[in-house]
Design a protein around this ligand. Structure first.
Ligand SMILES: Cc1cc2nc3c(=O)[nH]c(=O)nc-3n(C[C@H](O)[C@H](O)[C@H](O)COP(=O)(O)OP(=O)(O)OC[C@H]3O[C@@H](n4cnc5c(N)ncnc54)[C@H](O)[C@@H]3O)c2cc1C
Length: 373
């Protein structure tokens, strides 16, 4: 039976981006429980790429990732991976001073921010409710990510380099024989020298299967709904709407309006479904901040955003078990950072130097190491 250099547990954006970057250098298998790749968090995101509004380390990763999104390797995708969307930050009367403060803080770093009058905001986002918006500014640095094309690009590239992507291979247990992991899956045994834990919301559970102590990675449920836009609204030209404290956000999605109450409810890892109360909050925010009538909810869903204790990703070998490697805790930024995090993990696993743009952006190889916990 073949022994792989590396078995990656998890066929979401984390596992597949790593498979893509690692496969020129190592033999790799990806083990995914479901029969479809990206079925969990990866297939349920809001597909947003943003350069700000995250921790400084995540903004650095976004800057590194941006050049991959802008100029992916030839043949990676037939269509551009990013589409400029722009974002309008809004505040009601109660929070207008807060918006002013955020604008003043951000402007030195992002001179292209544009303060908007109420009328300017309505011109850019005609569905906004005039009596809700007291203060606003525009940030051009928001893009939509073509998540499906990104995932397909990683998958195709990995397969081309010989990666075996094994769906319906839930990892059930594991043992170590000499220097090889013997991994029992729902579909037979897989052997590998090193295991990568890219199991998203199941990262802690997966560690336990390999006899590795969990790190406290907690899945948080987040909900989104889509509703019809009124006739005459050009969804393709409309920017995102972000409440200044992220109480909610909205954006065009396939010709409709996507809204999320920005919920973050800690939960057990599962195929989560939206709760009625969170759907109701999303609908409430649409009616409070816009003139869009919520006559019916076209679609609603929920997914997991999984956070480590310091809310930064965990990337690197387990200190007491170097043949077990963490690639977890991608929170609400796993899609947008995937070109940077996949490459970072591949460099750590092959013990090679990071490209210069990592150092230029302050990302050193052990920055996200599990040793920090
Ligand atoms: C509503 C919502 C909005 C979001 N918006 C954005 C956004 O705009 N931009 C952004 O960058 N990010 C966003 N995110 C976050 C992003 O979706 C995640 O960070 C990312 O998808 C995590 O990818 P992953 O591969 O780690 O997890 P997943 O996609 O969940 O993949 C993990 C995989 O591991 C598999 N697995 C688990 N246990 C086992 C096992 N024992 N054996 C085999 N397989 C196993 C699972 O089946 C799963 O497929 C959002 C998330 C949500 C829920």
């Amino acid at each position: 039976m073949k022994t792989y250099d590396v078995a990656i547990v998890g066929g979401g954006i984390a596992g597949l981006s790593l498979a893509y970057f690692l496969s020129p250098h190592r033999s790799v298998a990806v083990l995914e429980r479901e029969d479809a790749l990206g079925y969990h968090s990866t297939g349920r995101s809001a597909a947003e790429f943003v350069l700000r509004y995250n921790a400084p380390e995540i903004c650095s990763l976004a800057r590194i990732a941006k050049s991959f999104f802008d100029t992916p390797p030839s043949g990676f995708s037939d269509i551009p991976l990013l589409r400029q969307r722009g974002g309008v930050m809004i505040a009601n009367a109660e929070k207008a001073a807060r918006l002013d403060e955020v604008f003043r803080e951000e402007l030195p770093f992002t001179p292209e921010l544009e303060r908007l009058s109420r009328q300017d905001a309505l011109d850019r986002v005609p569905i906004l409710r005039p009596d809700y918006v007291e203060a606003a500014f525009y940030d051009p640095n928001f893009w939509d990510i073509e998540v499906e094309s990104l995932l397909q690009g990683y998958t195709r590239g990995a397969r081309h380099n010989g990666v075996d992507i094994l769906e319906k291979h839930e990892v059930i247990s594991a043992s170590r024989e000499n220097d090889v992991w013997i991994i029992e899956t729902a579909n037979g045994v897989v052997r590998a020298r090193t295991v990568v834990n890219a199991a998203g919301g199941w990262a802690d559970q997966t560690a336990s299967l390999f006899g590795v102590a969990p790190l406290g990675i907690v899945p948080n449920r987040r909900t989104a709904i889509t509703v019809d836009l009124p006739d005459g609204i050009d969804a393709s030209a409309m920017p995102e709407i972000n409440e200044i404290d992220e109480d909610f956000y909205m954006k065009p999605d396939a010709g409709r309006l996507l809204a999320s109450p920005a919920d973050a409810t800690p939960c057990e890892p599962a195929d989560v479904q939206p709760e009625e109360i969170d759907i109701a909050w999303a609908a409430h925010y649409i009616e409070e901040a816009t003139t869009v009538p919520v006559r019916r909810i076209f679609k609603s869903w929920a997914g997991l955003r999984s956070f480590s204790p310091d809310k930064l990703p965990v990337i690197g070998p387990c200190p007491s078990r170097p043949d077990f490697f963490w690639l977890a805790g991608q929170g609400g930024f796993g899609i947008l950072t995937s070109p940077a995090l996949g490459a970072l993990a591949a460099h750590l696993l092959t013990k090679t130097d990071l490209p210069d743009d990592f150092a230029r952006n302050g990302i050193v190889s052990h920055i996200f190491s599990p040793t920090r916990f």
